[in-house]
Design a protein around this ligand. Structure first.
Ligand code: ADP
Ligand code: MG
Length: 408
């Protein structure tokens, strides 16, 4: 195991009066300028607060959504600055640009222990550019905000799988440290891949099998049981010879899914599929929701959740697990009639605590589902803040934003 640089007492001891550029993941869902889930802001607070308390002049950089490399008011971080200030219980100075006049002025105005947030880093095309020189030029300007004796802290776990200026290139330009959030995420994910406590149960759902192929591929060789629900389950059911009506189906993945079934058999890994399904006449039609056997999905209906019998079977499989990784809702949890399966799995995990038990929820929608259904986040061992990043880690891929911190 790697020794993490984290925010060590040595690092914190050396930041007083210095400017520390922090890459956080503040990419929260917004509805008409209102933050609908502030989970990622909350998760970013401890590192920012630790630096401010240590006397650093903290300059936070982050992105929101996918603006087209130019300023776009719909993706402004201004509401996030306000919320961050509330959570820190301290004012957060907001720069209305990324590295321009406002950013320079804002950063220059910081006193020891104060915090500033720069406008959406993706308002500058250099952030995500595939051209090393263009990205590097932007990183130079970000690094310049920290100044000659400044430092960089990488704490945006949701973006560490991206080779982007504020994630990757700045780390090559400034003394750097891994933030507490990234360190915690990496440590937990390593426990899922290196010598996990057994039984190890993986629950997969969500919309598409094709999104999760790499994870299934890599975890099939590590888990004892794979419980499958969500939209992807219909490709598994179809591959097993069942009819799935109008349910989500990826025909082009049928062969791949069959090879998973074969490999699972060879490895002695059990793939558990639902035996009953909540179907409806059309997508999202709650009034026609009803439970049918998985082997009897009517041709003119579509499956939108796993049924109660399946939920009970999944919960039973989770009860004696010592390691659980859950990614992907079991159904269209956004609608109450199709939220039952997701609720049962979440409840089974929330009830399953113990010193020797590790339960991890990964995936943006899964984490949002847990919160939306009213579960206490503290009831889970770990809720990953980075959907794509945690999946890429579990696929066994190298994450550029982590590698660059460990390189030098
Ligand atoms: P995560 O972000 O946790 O990785 P995904 O993005 O893969 O999860 O999938 C989440 C979406 O999957 C949710 O919006 C949910 O409505 C959808 N979903 C779950 N079950 C089904 C289903 N049976 N049919 C269609 N969509 C589904
Ligand atoms: Mg998602």
């Amino acid at each position: 195991m790697t020794d993490f640089k984290g925010l060590s007492p040595e690092f914190l001891g050396g930041v007083r009066g210095k400017r520390v550029l922090v890459r956080s993941d503040l990419n929260v869902p917004l509805d008409d300028g209102r933050i609908t889930d502030d989970g990622r802001i909350r998760a970013s607070v401890p590192t920012i607060k630790a630096l401010a308390d240590a006397g650093a002049r903290v300059v936070v950089t982050a992105h929101l959504g996918r603006p087209a490399g130019a300023p776009d008011p719909a993706y402004s971080l201004a509401p996030v600055a306000a919320r961050l200030g509330e959570l820190l219980d301290a004012p957060v100075a907001f720069a209305t640009d990324t590295v321009g006049a406002s950013a320079q002025e804002t950063v220059a105005g910081l006193a020891d222990g104060q915090v500033a947030l720069l406008e959406n880093v993706r308002f500058n095309a250099g952030e995500t550019s595939k051209d090393d020189a263009e990205r590097g030029a932007f990183a130079d300007r970000l690094a310049a905000l920290a100044g000659a004796d400044g430092a960089f802290v990488s704490d945006g776990f949701g973006v560490v799988h991206r080779k982007q200026a504020s994630v990757y290139d700045v780390a090559q330009r400034l003394p750097h440290a891994m933030g507490g959030l990234v360190a915690a995420e990496v440590e937990v994910l390593r426990r899922l891949t290196v010598d996990p406590a057994r039984p190890y149960v993986v629950v997969l759902g969500g919309s598409k099998v094709s999104d999760k192929l790499g994870v299934i591929d890599n975890l099939l060789g590590k888990a004892d049981k794979l419980l499958i629900g969500g939209g992807m389950v219909f490709t598994f059911l179809k591959a097993a010879g069942l009819e799935v009506g109008n349910s989500l189906l990826e025909e082009d993945q049928l062969d791949t899914v069959r090879t998973y079934q074969e490999r699972a058999k060879e490895l002695g890994v059990e793939i558990v599929l639902p035996t009953d399904i909540v179907v409806a006449d059309s997508f999202g039609d709650e009034s026609s929701a009803r439970v049918v056997p998985a082997a009897g999905i009517p041709a003119d209906s579509l499956g939108l959740d796993i049924g109660p019998e399946s939920g009970a079977a999944f919960a039973a499989a989770l009860a004696d697990a010592r390691t659980v990784f859950w990614n992907g809702p079991m159904g269209v949890f956004e609608q109450p009639a199709f939220a039952g399966g997701t609720r049962v799995v979440a409840a089974a995990l929330a009830a399953h605590r113990g010193a020797d038990v590790l339960t991890v929820v990964g995936g943006g929608d899964s984490a949002a589902a847990v919160r939306a259904l009213g579960f206490d986040e503290a009831a889970f061992g770990h809720i990953s803040t980075g959907g794509g990043a945690s999946l890429e880690f579990l696929e066994g891929r190298e994450l550029p934003g982590i590698t660059v911190l460990e390189e030098s």
